[in-house]
Design a protein around this ligand. Sequence first.
Ligand SMILES: [Mg+2]
Length: 267
Amino acid sequence: MNKPLEKLGYSFIRENIKAVTFDIDGVIVPTGTFLRENIDGTELTIKTYKLSAEMVSMLKELKKYVWINFSSGRALLYLQNMLGDILWDRVTLTAENGNFILMNGKVEQIAEYDQKYFQKITDIRQDLKRLKEEKPDSVYGFEPKHVIITIHTAKKMSEIEEIVKKHDKKRELYCLWTSEGYDIGHMKTNKRTALLYLTGKLEIKPEQMITTGNNLNDKEMLGFGIGVSVDPEQVSGEYAIPKKKGELGGEILAKYLLEAFVTQRTE
Ligand SMILES: [Mg+2]
């Protein structure tokens, strides 16, 4: 595990790789979303990063050689706006930790839930809102999502895990720290289940796809295909790019893949 990227040979990439899945936050843009919501939830401010101009041009070139998928815990609407420069051909967007995919002009919900699930998520959200009222300096608010909850907090808070446990007697939910808050959703869906769906649609094998990630919600995804972790202290992959301040692992990977496909570098 966590072998240096240089061990992934250029000719192997050229001959085998048909698709690449990029995680977003911490991989192709820096982490550190700013989110503030007022107590009634009637005002919301979000500030995030955008792709570097260099990354946009690298991705435009790369998609001539491989299918590009983006997989994130973020909402689809956000991804569509953020990645507008490189849409639409040979690109898919996978949102809310594997719940939605936008492919070939169509939005699909990959997993279905019954109303009990939505009621549970709603009840948890109500309790989290009360926690926000009690601790406005630690709980910043919610990111708009359809089927999962993303709550932004100043730090890890055991109260949040307790609220989830209280409502989830059957233990069917995950509650994962994302370094800017928590993602809460159903365990039957994750980024890996979406990749199974995608590789089926693309008619390729998992080992023909490179995956990237930096966080706990990327664990299953990095175990699918050829995983490249960009934060091996958080999560492991078959390969890893060591985390360095001021550098984005996703950009390093894109550059490496272009060396294989475009400049036809030999090892
Ligand atoms: Mg991530």
